[in-house]
Design a protein around this ligand. Structure first.
Ligand code: COA
Ligand code: ZN
Length: 304
């Protein structure tokens, strides 16, 4: 890693999947191109899911076909073997499998219970190893589930162990509905650090209760160095009631920049990407820091 903290911008997937306005493949590519100029290391560009389940992600193959050539790790979500096969054809090299810490969330999201999803993950990762595909495995609802309530950390630990045993290159601990708090974030990551180390563990926070950035900091303090975030704070899961946007990339990038922690991100370019996100979706206020950052640029000051 040539940066202190690695950020995966999930806006073009987690962000756009929950928008009323469906963007065209060209518009999605415009957003990805803007993000690609910011210095971000990783960008989640779409999902290979049923187009009726998530209409905004239809045409992800077209998006991948138009991606600029560079060193960025573009990645895409796959829920099952069919998604894997579809993604494989596009040439994308990093795929994101999804499970959840709760049975009900798995049933609502991808129509399978925890054991069935784990069997799918094992099958897909076995194939991915043969095909040279990197897999990031997401665990949704790691602190609280909108259907089952509080999640036992033992379940998250066991699911993480099973995913690593199946060959996951990274496990992403997700607060899908933005219900975690910094205390619980610390304790879960301390548990995972003791068991697995944190080199291959990433954090994914939503900002539903305004604690996304505090949770990011809490995870950083424990030693997490990889984070998902979403440009403009776009995001949410259509299958998880109450989920609002992800923690905004500009908030995370600014916080780390001010702390002297490198992310590789050019903040001036990042604000241009927020402006484009606002323009394309017509439904984005930007993160908590957006107004202040935009004002600095208006005054002719650089944020870097
Ligand atoms: N992409 C596109 N189509 C898919 C697919 C995929 N990954 N997986 C299955 N299908 C198709 C099957 O081919 C079948 O098509 P047919 O009716 O034309 O024969 C149909 O979907 C039903 O297949 P089945 O295996 O029974 O799937 P399902 O109806 O249980 O749906 C998912 C499973 C995972 C495809 C669906 O729930 C989904 O796309 N969920 C979206 C999850 C998501 O994006 N959540 C937000 C991010 S975490
Ligand atoms: Zn999410």
């Amino acid at each position: 890693m040539n940066v202190d903290v690695l950020i995966n911008d999930v806006g073009p997937r987690d962000g756009l999947q929950n928008q009323a306005k469906i963007l065209t493949a060209e518009e999605r590519l415009q957003l990805i191109e803007a993000l690609s100029k910011t210095g971000l290391q990783e960008i989640e560009v779409g999902a290979f899911v049923h187009p009726k389940a998530v209409p905004a992600m239809a045409g992800t193959d077209v998006v991948i076909d138009g991606l600029p050539a560079n060193e960025i790790t573009y990645n895409a979500l796959i829920p099952n073997r069919k998604g894997y096969e579809l993604a494989l054809k596009t040439g994308i090299k990093t795929m994101n499998l999804v499970t959840a810490a709760s049975n009900t969330m798995n049933e609502k999201n991808i129509g399978m219970n925890n054991a069935e999803v784990m069997a799918v993950c094992q099958d897909v990762m076995q194939q991915a190893a043969k095909d040279g595909i990197r897999v990031m495995a997401y665990i949704a609802t790691c602190w609280e589930c909108p259907f089952e309530g509080m999640i036992d950390p033992v379940v998250v630990e066991q699911t993480t162990a099973d995913l690593f045993a199946a060959g996951a290159d990274r496990v992403v601990i997700a607060d899908t509905i933005g219900a975690a708090n910094p205390g619980d974030v610390s304790s879960l990551f301390i548990r995972l650090k003791d068991k697995f180390g944190l080199e291959k563990i990433s954090a994914h926070f939503h900002d539903t209760r305004g604690m996304g950035l505090a949770n990011t900091f809490a995870a950083y303090e424990v030693g997490v160095r990889m984070f998902d975030a979403s440009i403009g704070g776009l995001g949410g899961c259509p299958f998880a009631p109450g989920a609002t946007g992800n923690v905004a990339t500009e908030d995370v990038a600014l916080m780390f920049a001010k702390m002297g922690v490198s992310t590789g991100i050019d903040l001036d370019e990042l604000i241009k990407a927020v402006d484009l996100t606002k323009e394309l979706t017509g439904n984005c206020d930007g993160g908590h820091s957006y107004r202040w950052m935009a004002l600095q640029l208006e005054k002719g000051k650089s944020l870097n």
